[in-house]
Design a binder for this molecule. Structure first.
Ligand code: GLU
Length: 188
């Protein structure tokens, strides 16, 4: 079974409603519980590395994320990183340069609604991210709303739509449709 590492950093996907609004509260283990059907397809190990609203992520956290990816690159076929949507595109871009030449897929994803919400898009986004992480195509990517975007091309363009990210001046790296994960190698 393909081995994928899930690294969590906080964001809406891992949040619950608290006294101060949404607070990142769901641990990596908690996220894994939501993903029980996916665990029939992938061997998934999960680790909490940060627990932040992504508007508080800065250069120090980018180093932490990059280090965890680099240290685990030989043990896993791919790595998925859950992250708040507000600065996910910035993290995807900076990781593209920090991890230049990485030999495995590294895929950031998140959600517009927490996993604990009955209408959450988190599960769908994790499905796409895991498929890309298991694809064997190396690089840094952002997966959202069944689209996979090159990390250095992603921009958040919509605040609440599930279709929150666009690939700027570049075709999608992959997308999910009725044929499964369609990888567009000419774009990678
Ligand atoms: N501002 C929060 C963050 O970026 C919530 C936005 C989100 O995750 O969608 O972590």
């Amino acid at each position: 079974m393909t081995r994928v590492l899930l690294l969590t950093t906080g964001g809406t996907i891992a949040s619950r409603r608290g006294d101060q609004g949404l607070e990142p509260q769901i641990s990596a283990r908690g996220l894994l519980e939501y993903m029980s059907d996916l665990r029939a397809h992938y061997h998934i190990d999960a680790r909490d590395i940060l627990n932040l609203d992504s508007s508080n992520i800065q250069a120090e956290e980018w180093q932490t994320i990059a280090r965890h990816v680099f240290e685990n690159r030989m043990e896993y076929s791919g790595i998925v990183i859950t992250h708040g949507t507000d600065t996910m595109a910035y993290t995807a871009s900076v990781l593209s340069f920090m991890l230049r030449g990485i030999s495995i897929p590294v895929v950031l994803t998140g959600a517009q609604l927490p996993m604990a919400h009955p209408l959450s898009d988190g599960m769908e986004n994790l499905r796409t991210a895991l498929a890309m992480a298991a694809s064997g195509v190396p690089g840094v990517f952002l997966a959202f709303d069944r689209k996979v975007i090159l990390g250095c091309r992603a921009v958040k363009t919509r605040t609440t739509d599930f279709d929150a990210f666009e690939s700027v001046n570049w075709p999608l790296a992959a997308n999910v449709d009725g044929k499964g994960l369609q990888i567009h190698r000419e774009a990678i």
